[in-house]
Design a protein around this ligand. Structure first.
Ligand code: MN
Ligand code: MN
Length: 295
């Protein structure tokens, strides 16, 4: 046995996969953005917590019959996040743009939800499917126009409300609800997902997005119930289970996705279970993209 065999991995990489950047199909990028958090900060520690959790999960997805090690991922590390939000989002947009130019699908590990704005802005044409307890549709929050609570409003202004679908909603203010109703922005309440089931939800989402070729998927971990994912910036009761979340996402992967982010893991608020859930969701979504039919 060589001494190197005694090490489990050389550095923190998602799934421990030593991917080849040129050949990779998926570019994994940590975005430790944690600037506008209002309740519980700490999502800057999310990317490495998810990577660490991923090293201790089996990489085989029984739902799809595929192994994440075989899917072609390359984890390029974390984006430099400096103090200014605008500059960081611009750099993020550039990195995502380069990934798209080289025909790779970007997978961003957050970080706070505001990073979705930087990712989506890199696409010339895309619809956004968001799993989140919140709508993130406020015009401003605490005097700030661009934050985790408002970025979806900014995207709605530039993309149009018909290009946004929100699933798992259960925490909002009257202003957000009125905007969604007035603009005809499709949202599905958490209680409806739970009561009507995954097949109903999948059909609702597919009907709403059928005319758009490219869909960007964003998963705010607070869409899960806090009993499954307590370490998030803004936990909200009555959320989804990991099983129903993956039951919904799997068939939605049949048309592929333009990009993915998973955000708002603030790992210091639990003993590790939220990061494990996050890694499990990412492994499975990557496998679903190869195999959207359930088994
Ligand atoms: Mn959010
Ligand atoms: Mn949220």
């Amino acid at each position: 046995m060589k001494y190197a065999d005694l090490y489990t991995h050389s550095a923190l990489k998602l799934g421990g996969v030593e991917g080849n950047l040129d050949e990779a199909k998926y570019l994994v990028l940590g975005v430790p953005l944690d600037i506008t958090s209002t309740y519980r900060p700490g999502s800057r520690f999310g990317p490495n917590a998810i990577r660490e959790a991923s090293l201790n999960l089996e990489s085989y997805s029984l739902r799809s019959g595929l192994d994440v090690e075989d899917l072609g991922i390359c984890d390029i590390g974390d984006l430099n996040v400096l103090g200014d939000l605008e500059g960081t989002l611009q750099r993020l947009r550039r990195v995502i743009g380069e990934a798209l130019d080289s025909k790779k699908i970007p997978i961003a590990l957050g970080g706070e939800h505001t990073l979705t704005y930087g990712c989506v802005k890199a696409f010339s044409e895309v619809a956004v499917l968001s799993f989140d307890a919140h709508m993130d549709l406020r015009d401003e929050y605490l005097g700030v126009k661009l934050s985790h609570a408002t970025f979806m409003r900014r995207l709605q202004e530039s993309l149009g409300a018909d290009r946004i679908v929100e699933v798992g909603v259960r925490a909002l203010c009257r202003e957000e609800l009125e905007l969604a109703e007035k603009a005809n922005l499709k949202y599905i309440k958490s209680a409806d997902v739970i009561r009507r089931g995954s097949q109903w939800t999948v059909k609702e989402v597919k009907d709403a997005l059928s005319s758009f070729e490219r869909v960007y998927l964003t998963i705010d971990m607070d869409v899960l119930d806090p009993s499954y994912a307590p370490a998030v910036g803004n936990p909200v009761p009555e959320g989804l289970s990991p099983t129903i979340l993956l039951d919904i996402i799997q068939p939605l992967c049949d048309r592929g996705i333009a990009g993915l982010d998973l955000v708002e893991v603030a790992p210091h608020y639990d003993s590790g279970v939220t990061a494990v859930q996050a890694a499990h969701i990412i492994f499975n979504v990557l496998a679903f993209l190869q195999c959207p039919a359930s088994s």
